[in-house]
Write a protein that binds this ligand. Sequence first.
Ligand SMILES: NC(=O)c1ccc[n+]([C@@H]2O[C@H](COP(=O)([O-])OP(=O)(O)OC[C@H]3O[C@@H](n4cnc5c(N)ncnc54)[C@H](OP(=O)(O)O)[C@@H]3O)[C@@H](O)[C@H]2O)c1
Length: 271
Amino acid sequence: MSIVITGANGKLGSLIIQQLLQKVSPHEIIACVRHLETGKHYVEQGITVRLGDYDQPDSLEQTFAGATQLLLISSSHLDDTVRIRQHAHIIEAAKKCKVEHILYTSFAFPEAGSAPLSYLHLATEHAIRTTGIPYTFLRNALYTDFVEKLDLNTAIAQGELDIYPGEWKFNTVTRWDLARGIAAVLSEPGRHKNKKYELTASSPWTFTNLAAALTEFTGRSVSLRQDPQIKNWIFGFLSKIDTRSASNDLEQLIGGPLTSLKESIRPFISI
Ligand SMILES: NC(=O)c1ccc[n+]([C@@H]2O[C@H](COP(=O)([O-])OP(=O)(O)OC[C@H]3O[C@@H](n4cnc5c(N)ncnc54)[C@H](OP(=O)(O)O)[C@@H]3O)[C@@H](O)[C@H]2O)c1
C-alpha cells in the first residue's frame, strides 16, 4: 500500500499522518510538501517525502507514481478560482500517474451552500469524477475554530456573547476528529471507494449551548445578546454555507463519540 498525502505539513495533514502512523507502517506513507527541506521530520520517522506544489504541474508528474491512494487536501489559497486551477493540476497528474484511488477533503453539504467555496468543492469533486478513478469525498464540516471570530474572551469578560439574530445551528468539527476519521478511511483500502462522507457533528450545537459551555468553563455567567447591527463578517459567511445539516458518518468512521463542544473551544479561551 502506498498512501500519498498532499499538504502534509498543514494542520490537518499533520494530524492525519500522526493518526495514520498508528494504523500503517511509515513506509506506506508518502508526504507531499511544497519545499523538500520542510519534510525532514517526516524522513526521520521513515516516511518518504516528495515535492508537491499545486502551482507547478510539471513537478507533479512523478509525485504520485505508484500511489494506491492519493489524499488531496484542498488548497489553502484564498482565491477559490485559483484553487480550482491548483486542484485541476493535482487531478491531471493523478490521472497521468495512474493513481488507483483519489480521496479529497471536500466541504460538508456543498449543494446547500452559496459561498464560492461551495462551488469550488463541488467543481473539484466533478473534476475528480472525470478521471474515472475511484474516489472518496471526505466532506469536512466547518472547523469549530470559527468560534475564534466570535471573540469569546470578550464575551466572557462582559458576560454577554453578541450574535446576529437567527436560529443558528452548527455542525462543526475539530481537525483532530476529522484526522481520526480520515486516517480510518485511508487505513481500510477498498472499503470506501466511490463513497462520500459528510464529516460533521452528529448533532449540531447552538449559541445557547456555546454560552452554556463558556459559563461552565469559567464559572462566569455568559448570556446571549442578539444584535441586528453587529459588524462581524463571519455571520455573512455562515449564512452562505450549510451549518445545520448533520450526519453520523464521522462518528461511525471513528467508532466513538466526537470531541465535546466544551473541549473543542478550550484552545480559544485565554481567560
Ligand atoms: N473546513 C474548514 O473549516 C476549513 C477551514 C480552513 C481551511 N479549510 C481547507 O482545509 C485545508 C486543510 O486545512 P488546514 O487547517 O490543514 O490548512 P493549513 O494548515 O493552512 O494547511 C494547508 C496546507 O496546504 C499546503 N499548500 C498550500 N498551497 C499549496 C501549494 N500551492 N502547493 C502545495 N501545497 C500547498 C500548505 O503548504 P505549506 O505547509 O507549504 O504552507 C499546507 O501544508 C485547507 O487547505 C483549506 O482548503 C477548511
